[in-house]
Design a protein around this ligand. Structure first.
Ligand code: ZN
Length: 650
């Protein structure tokens, strides 16, 4: 057991096409786990790479009038560029045309041939060149590939072939599958593998006729080694099998092997472990098959024109938000892992990405950090005050969230881990709203104010440490704003998540929003509609219920508040009224409420008042407040109840 190393692999990708967002997903999942385990102080080897020996590659190169080796060499930088744009920090990038791999594959082939796990026979049957897969007559109905994603015309091949005795390992495989629950994940996919294995495993052809590309069968160069047999062995090459005994002992077996569901059952859960059994090598600890992504509800395909590449998407999101490309990349990583429960298929759309960016990152996470640091500057000159009382509820919530993240990531449940972290974000935001530090400040309660800010900052620090594996650049920026040394990734996980570790006297950096909110409103008409309503007391006529019914009064949640330049009395509010996009409302309450104490607060809004342009800002509604001798007092729903934004008032 290689307990001293967390070894994680992506499948190696076919080199003939640049990876799109669907392939990138696999790599991001692995990168998050690798970063998490590094942060826990473990040795990690995270490997990815390219599968370059397929016959298809030769065809693609020929179609481009390129030498095959020159073609695969030209693809490597394009892969690395995509991974770079998603902050993928792999430890090894393996190409199957490398010497270290070719030597290993030939030695493994020879060993299995010598021990009669590989034999020379003859093959007759269907073959899909595109998938590099053999099919039995029973799987084929109409001479087209049974793979629903492919459906290309099959070739009937009849040739001398080397075979791997897969059938020999059927019983041992079944035994391993049934006696090791959790070996294959998710569970429902394990059942599929067991059914496939029970139906009977046939010996697998492991060679093809040599057409000048691929790894030759040692001693019989009429044949090349079947690309899947070759590709699966990359995991052993990376670990130093047959080459570096010491490294192999430290590294093997893989802790997690991640892949898409299409290559899970047939290749990674049956052929691969059977090959390892034949070699007398320990099996991987966990094999994980994730779901697929569609884009706007459609399968990702070139012909549909909906292929999304990470690098372009990063640039687009950075442009939309004004965030740095690295932060935009973080947001995409976050979206991919948060949007679907792990294992299921997910649908990608730019509007869903922008929605999560604004609500989860700019609002929830951004608020916790930004508002707290701003108040630290305003009330304590930016220096963390001494704490007298740790808030126990918050401390317990942080401990619970950390335990939940550990448990979720051990079980490969990414969205559950993120939900746990965002649960702590909400608890932190709620704590700030309920403790109302602005009131404590106004009332001169300095000790209480210091406690509240300390507890809020400490929550922000722990959240930052926990989001680091998911969003490394943003976490580092948040870490700096909190005034902390080093980076969250190199702070041991157990220390980072311990409540109370923040040192009084720490000097915070400036509070700049890490995730600038994306303005999604359609460009509004710029003509002034009606002048601002001036409020004054007057005798009002009696109205009928029908007239009252015309008023659209709703609960709204303030997402952001800022002063309007040159207007002492006005605040510009961004409010959630239960619609797709937030609205902007201009309110004359700046003398009574500061922007900090408004964010996150629920108010009552007249939502169907004709829009009015005030100081150049279009106000799309009016907040309701009591007027007590000219002083505005905001109306708000019962604080003991959780009233959702958009709830109707009647
Ligand atoms: Zn096919």
């Amino acid at each position: 057991m290689a307990r001293d190393c967390f070894y994680i692999t992506t499948p190696i990708y076919y080199v003939n096409a640049v990876p799109h967002i669907g392939n990138a997903y696999t790599t991001v999942l692995c990168d998050v786990l690798a970063r998490y385990h590094r942060q826990r102080g473990e040795d990690v080897i995270f490997a990815t790479g390219t599968d370059e020996n397929a016959l298809k590659v030769r065809e693609v190169a020929a179609a481009n009038n390129q030498d095959t080796q020159a073609f695969v060499d030209s693809m490597e930088p394009l892969f690395k560029e995509q991974w770079e744009s998603l902050e993928i920090a792999y430890d090894d990038y393996i190409r199957t045309t490398e010497r270290r791999h070719i030597e290993l594959v030939q030695r493994v082939f020879t060993k299995l041939l010598e021990q009669d796990d590989i034999y020379l026979g003859s093959y007759e049957g269907w073959y899909c060149v595109s998938d590099e897969t053999f099919f039995t007559p029973s799987e084929v109905t109409d001479e087209t590939c049974p793979n629903p994603e492919c459906r290309r015309k099959l070739t009937w091949v009849k040739e001398e072939n080397y075979f791997f005795r897969l059938s020999r390992y059927q019983d041992r495989l079944l035994e391993h599958m049934t006696q090791n629950p959790g070996w294959l994940r998710p569970d429902y996919r394990a059942n599929e593998v067991i059914a496939f294995t029970k139906a009977g495993l046939k010996d697998q052809s492991v060679s093809r006729i040599n057409n000048g590309w691929g790894i030759p069968v040692p001693g019989d160069e009429k044949h090349v080694i079947y690309v899947w047999f070759d590709a699966l062995l990359n995991y052993l090459t990376v670990a130093g099998y047959l080459a570096d005994e010491d490294k192999f002992r430290r590294t093997w077996p893989p802790s997690v092997q991640m892949m898409g569901k299409d290559i899970f059952v047939r290749f990674h859960c049956t052929l691969w472990p059977a090959m390892l059994m034949a070699l007398g090598v320990e099996l991987p600890e966990m094999l994980v098959g994730h779901g697929f992504w569609t884009v706007d509800g459609d399968k990702i395909s070139k012909s549909r024109g909906n292929v999304v590449y990470a690098k372009e998407l990063v640039a687009e999101l950075a442009g939309l938000s004004g965030a740095s490309p690295r932060v935009a990349s973080d947001a995409i990583r976050y979206f991919l892992l948060r949007e679907v429960p792990f294992g299921l298929d997910g649908d990608f759309s730019k509007s869903a990405l922008v929605g999560r960016f604004n609500s989860d990152l700019a609002n929830d996470l951004g608020n916790l950090l930004n508002r707290t640091i701003s108040m630290l500057h305003r009330y304590f000159g930016g220096e963390v005050p001494p704490v007298r009382t740790i808030d126990e509820a918050l401390r317990d919530a942080a401990a619970r969230a950390a335990a939940e993240v550990d448990d979720a990531l051990a079980g490969i449940q990414f969205s559950r881990a993120l939900e746990a972290i965002w649960g702590l974000v909400s608890a932190g935001n709620r704590y700030v709203e309920q403790s109302a530090p602005w009131t404590l400040h106004r009332e001169g309660k300095e000790t209480e104010l210091a406690d509240v800010l300390y507890n809020a900052l400490e929550t922000a620090r722990i959240v930052t440490a926990m989001v680091n594996p998911f969003m490394p650049t943003s976490a580092l920026e948040m870490w700096r704003q909190l005034g902390l040394d080093g980076d969250p990734g190199s702070t041991p996980w157990s220390d980072a998540v311990k409540f109370g570790a923040l040192k009084p006297g720490t000097k915070a950096g400036s509070a700049d929003p890490v995730f600038p909110r994306i303005d999604t409103r359609r460009t509004a008409k710029s003509e002034p509609v009606t002048p601002p309503v001036k409020s004054h007391k007057q005798e009002k006529p009696v109205i009928q219920f029908d007239e009252f019914k015309k008023l659209d009064i709703r609960i709204a949640k303030i997402i952001a508040a800022e002063k309007i330049e040159g207007a002492d009395k006005l605040l510009k509010l961004s409010v959630d009224v239960g619609e797709d996009d937030p609205r902007t409302v201009v309110a004359g309450i700046a003398q009574f409420y500061g922007p900090d104490e408004l964010t996150g607060r629920r108010i009552v809004l007249l939502a169907n008042l004709a829009p009015a342009k005030i100081r150049g800002v279009e106000s799309q509604g009016m907040l309701l407040a009591a007027d007590v001798d000219g002083r505005a007092i905001l109306l708000q729903p019962d604080p003991a109840q959780d009233t959702p934004a958009g709830a109707t008032v009647r």
